[in-house]
Design a protein around this ligand. Structure first.
Ligand code: ATP
Length: 325
């Protein structure tokens, strides 16, 4: 059966890298693509950064491929993640032959809770010059992300580390850790709890010691960007926002206004996001073909300037497609 894919390129380089990923998907599977607008461009055109039709499309498609949103990112990606019922943000960061990395064997997967924490959006101004932010942690969401992370680790053969700061945020991260411990107990699995600040240092010093890292929302955002730096930059990191029935796939990077329009954005992060989309829909062989093509293209070139090469987005995309023929 043909899978319905909502395609939302968005702003900046989103509009440059998403078409490459769509061509790649077209080469490996049978997908029906439906396009929609979101982001700064949509706001200027329609008065809404996330038009109702876009949200509907994502909520009903089998999967969504999203590029990036600029200034309006928070008004777009948070409701879009909600529209697909996503609670887990999966961000793999691995080293590739041909790309400078801190260590050639880095293979990390951040499993980030993405419905609450400090990104719950509860901020207020108490009085002029004093603002507060409310952090939300629930037992249910903590258990849910732990269960997802442990399952992912078991399925893909990784050890589990859990990032937290329960020595300072005693009640909220305390509850998060309790949720993780309860799920680990039920499953009879091991994991290493790790203070998130110390973990940042250890990820740089001994990155190969870690596999799946289960994180609260903000920690997952920051640590996965750190990991992007370890493996060669944001141009390489894909992500999946997974819910019980649907999911949205997007590169970890944003709209990169500094290089937008130059045609030099690295399409790999979005193409690898497309590979995750294939896997989510049960097309494992297609996902593997895409990953192989990425591996070969990174190893032999051509590579885009962020990786030290001189290829354009289209050139790198064509090289990928040639390897899929
Ligand atoms: P936004 O406001 O949309 O988050 P940003 O510039 O703050 O944009 P990113 O878009 O994530 O954040 O970009 C951070 C840096 O990484 C920029 O210098 C950008 O050029 C670079 N970068 C991000 N993605 C890519 C890519 N696909 N190819 C090449 N460079 C990239």
């Amino acid at each position: 059966m043909t899978d319905r894919i909502a395609v939302i390129p968005g702003d900046g380089i989103g509009g440059e890298v998403v078409p490459v990923a769509v061509r790649v998907l077209d080469a490996v599977g049978d997908f029906a693509f439906e396009y929609a607008e979101a982001g700064d461009g949509a706001l200027a055109e329609t008065g809404s950064a996330l038009p109702d039709g876009t949200r509907e499309l994502a909520a009903n498609a089998d999967a969504t491929l999203f590029g990036a949103a600029g200034e309006t990112a928070a008004d777009v990606i948070l409701p879009l993640r909600e529209a697909v019922g996503s609670f887990a943000n999966v961000r793999p960061a691995r080293a590739y032959p041909g790309v400078d990395a801190f260590h050639p064997e880095i293979d990390l997967v951040f499993v980030r809770e993405n419905t609450e924490g400090v990104y719950a959006g509860i901020e207020s101004e108490i009085t002029e010059g004093v603002r507060t932010l409310t952090r939300v942690t629930t037992e249910a969401a903590s258990r849910r992300i732990a269960a997802f992370g442990f399952d992912y680790a078991a399925e893909h053969g990784y050890d589990v580390t859990v990032a937290h700061k329960a020595n300072v945020m005693r009640r909220t991260d305390g509850l998060f850790l309790d949720g993780v411990a309860a799920v680990a107990d039920e499953r009879g699995v091991d994991y290493e709890p790790h203070l998130m600040d110390a973990l940042a240092m250890h990820l740089v010093m001994d990155p190969t010691e870690y596999g799946v890292v289960i994180c609260p929302n903000l920690a997952g955002d920051v640590l996965s960007d750190l990991a992007a730096g370890l493996v060669g930059g944001l141009g390489l990191l894909p992500s999946a926002n997974v819910g019980p029935d649907r999911a949205l796939f997007e590169p970890v990077h944003g709209s990169a206004p500094d290089i937008a329009g130059e045609g030099i954005a690295n399409p790999v992060a979005t193409v690898l996001s497309a590979a995750m989309l294939c896997e989510f829909l049960g097309h494992d062989a297609a996902a593997e073909r895409v990953r192989e093509a990425v591996l070969e293209t990174l190893a032999d070139g051509p590579r885009t300037p962020d990786l030290g090469g001189d290829a354009t987005t289209d050139g790198a995309g064509r090289a990928l497609l040639d390897r899929l023929d």
